[in-house]
Design a protein around this ligand. Structure first.
Ligand SMILES: Nc1ncnc2c1ncn2[C@@H]1O[C@H](COP(=O)(O)OP(=O)(O)OP(=O)(O)O)[C@@H](O)[C@H]1O
Ligand code: SF4
Ligand SMILES: [Mg+2]
Length: 427
């Protein structure tokens, strides 16, 4: 994490809940992170961990019945952005603004814009691409009709679309997935945002288009100096693009830090498990990738204690299932895990004295782990009979698609060799 500079955007202890008839979904449950100006923050985590709701909270577009119930989203020096129309203050808490008020409307699209997770559902199917981009420009800029059209054409050119004049008059359905994504980026860039939030911008695309889009985002960042919050499941994309990384699990940040620290010395067992599930060119061929045991619990059924404990290979009974770990600095990053707390260290030392030491990554007997879980996961139920036996692949475990082998999570594994990923700005 960059020290000393005031971040462009600072999210502090954010809580966003969906208040439904069935109960409260704590989709975001105390998230904090910073986004530095001109840098890329990668946000990673399994499906349902709260990445999109975090993005929507920042833009104040959380859909009903969701709402921010606590926390701050601090935008520093908003008046530096020509699209901001509001009082000249050194810092603005977006949570305190009216979601559909004029200040928030000037920030949304003008200062911070979003590339949605699914461009097909985000574009209106009954309006042309041109109509939608020019509308975005008109909302923030007082251009003439001709200038607005020229700007839209320039944007389509900038994102690498051929025949931009003709594209303006086409409907989203007439474009391929890659072109639609480019048009979405053009719309998000319409007013030169200072922060671009890209929510899974390449998920539905083939690898060639994916790498073109990522390259485009990198180029645009160099040209415009904008900050990017890049949300993805794909750690390969994070390694390639991010300066800093936030790892989310069940509505919380479990680890955050500089991309090199996260990949080279991951601290949280969940981060390590995620990293082990990435295919590596160094891995022996025809060996199944490790997956993360169990599934992410629904936010209704948040486990007591550490939210990861029902799935954690380093689980410490009596600690992880009774107390919530708080973020602490470990090495270059910050992590929320008792392995690094005094309480956890004491417990491990005591247990090591009682019986043969378990290395941090060794599996804890299934009976002990299950006792602590609020409810057994499908994976746990399936594995119950095989505690001490070699594990056979079991279906329904979380993690990588198609992956079925239970995890072999080891304690101090680096993610994967640094040479196998593109060197980030810091290394
Ligand atoms: N409208 C809603 N009503 C109730 N719960 C919701 C609603 N929208 C999101 N959630 C819950 O909030 C949690 C976080 O969802 P979110 O969409 O942020 O996940 P995500 O990390 O973006 O997942 P993915 O990687 O699949 O996009 C999920 O448990 C989801 O079920
Ligand atoms: S060791 Fe405990 S606190 Fe750390 S991730 Fe595992 S269950 Fe959570
Ligand atoms: Mg999402």
């Amino acid at each position: 994490m960059e020290q000393g500079h005031k971040p462009f955007l600072s999210v502090r202890d954010l809580h966003t809940h969906f208040i439904t008839d069935e109960g409260i979904v704590r989709a975001i449950d105390g998230v904090s992170f910073d986004i530095a100006a001109g840098k890329t923050l990668g946000v990673v985590g399994e499906s349902g961990c709260g990445k999109s709701v975090t993005a929507r909270s920042i833009l104040r577009i959380v859909e009903h019945p969701g709402r921010i119930v606590e926390g701050e989203i601090l935008l520093s020096n908003p008046s530096a952005d020509p699209d901001y129309h509001g009082p000249d203050v050194p810092e603005l808490d977006l949570v305190r603004l009216k979601a559909d008020g004029p200040q928030m409307r000037s920030i949304r699209g003008g200062v911070i814009s979003l590339i949605f997770q699914e461009p097909m559902t985000s574009f209106s199917p009954v309006h042309t691409i041109g109509n939608q981009i020019t509308e975005a420009i008109r909302l923030h800029r007082r251009y003439t009709k001709q200038d607005t059209r020229d700007r839209a054409i320039a944007l389509l050119k900038q994102v690498g679309m051929s025949r931009p004049q003709e594209r303006l008059d086409e409907y989203p359905v007439q474009l391929s997935g890659g072109l639609r994504q480019r048009a979405m980026i053009a719309m998000a860039l319409a007013c030169d945002p200072s922060l671009l939030i890209a929510d899974e911008p390449t998920t539905a695309l083939d690898v060639t288009t994916q790498s073109q889009i990522l390259e485009l985002l990198r180029e645009l960042q160099q040209e415009n100096g904008m900050a990017i919050m890049l949300i993805t499941h794909d750690l390969g994309v994070i390694a390639e693009m991010a300066d800093d990384v936030v790892v989310m699990y069940l509505g919380r940040v479990v680890e955050r830090g500089n991309v090199n620290a996260i990949f080279d010395t991951p601290k949280h067992p969940y981060t390590r498990a995620l990293l082990r599930s990435i295919p590596s060119v160094y891995a022996p061929s025809r060996v199944m990738l490790p997956t993360i045991s169990g599934t992410i619990p629904h936010p209704y059924n948040r486990p007591v204690g550490c939210p990861f404990h029902p799935r954690c290979p380093d689980f410490m009974p009596g600690i992880c299932d009774t107390h919530e770990p708080q973020p602490i600095e470990v090495g270059e990053q910050e992590t929320s895990c008792f392995l690094y707390s005094e309480r956890g260290q004491r417990a491990r030392a005591a247990r090591a004295g009682e019986r043969p030491a378990l290395s941090a990554g060794q599996r804890i007997p299934r009976s002990e782990r299950r006792r602590a879980a609020t409810r057994p996961t499908a994976d746990q139920e399936g594995d119950e009979a095989n505690d001490d036996a070699d594990r056979e692949p079991a279906s329904g475990s979380g993690g990588a698609p198609g992956g079925t082998k239970p995890p072999q999570i080891l304690p101090h594994l680096p993610g994967f060799p640094a040479e196998s990923r593109r060197a980030g700005p810091g290394g």
